[in-house]
Design a protein. Structure first.
Length: 176
């Protein structure tokens, strides 16, 4: 029988256990994301996957903010984050630290997500503005572009949905 688990049966980490846990070496970069609900949802997803850090770039909102907290549900207290005024500067900084940086976007020559293989290396994922996507100048300096294959008429997903899909696909064979 598939009995729904109660909170105490979920083996959740405490805040201190989370802060001290070994993180997956992935950074998330939000490039001028305007929706505070999207920002909060990405925090919550980053917490779920033990992601190393979030970079909130440009006009992207930052905690503390009640609109972010509506969807983050406390993840702003567990996931490390920093605000950087320029996404381009943040990308270059992470590349200097040995990260492979990938934009999540639709471009000529992009790697379909189902063909992308994550090798447990230090990586960063750039998710763009809800209307304009990742800035071309940022795409130009990335190590690659990952595209989520889509079949419908819109070919556009909410960025918090995209973050969940990409992280799950990258990590699904590596989760216990």
């Amino acid at each position: 029988m598939n009995q729904k688990l109660k909170n105490e049966g979920l083996n959740r980490l405490s805040v201190n256990e989370f802060l001290n846990a070994k993180k997956i070496p992935i950074a998330i970069m939000l490039d001028n994301v305007r929706s505070l609900n999207n920002v909060g949802s990405v925090f919550r997803t980053a917490d779920a996957f033990l992601i190393e850090e979030i970079y909130l770039c440009g006009v992207t909102g930052t905690p503390p903010n009640k609109e972010i907290e509506k969807t983050a549900l406390g993840a702003t207290n567990t996931v490390a984050w920093q605000h950087v005024s320029s996404t381009l500067d943040a990308v270059m900084n992470l590349k200097d630290k040995g990260y492979k940086v990938y934009a999540v976007e639709q471009t000529v020559g992009s790697i379909k997500l189902n063909d992308f293989v994550y090798e447990n290396e230090k990586s960063a994922l750039v998710f763009g503005n809800e209307v304009y996507g990742v800035e071309q100048s940022v795409i130009d300096v990335c190590d690659g572009v990952i595209e989520i294959p889509q079949l419908g008429t819109k070919h556009s997903l909410n960025i918090s949905v995209s973050a969940g899909i990409v992280l799950w696909e990258m990590l699904r064979g590596k989760l216990n």
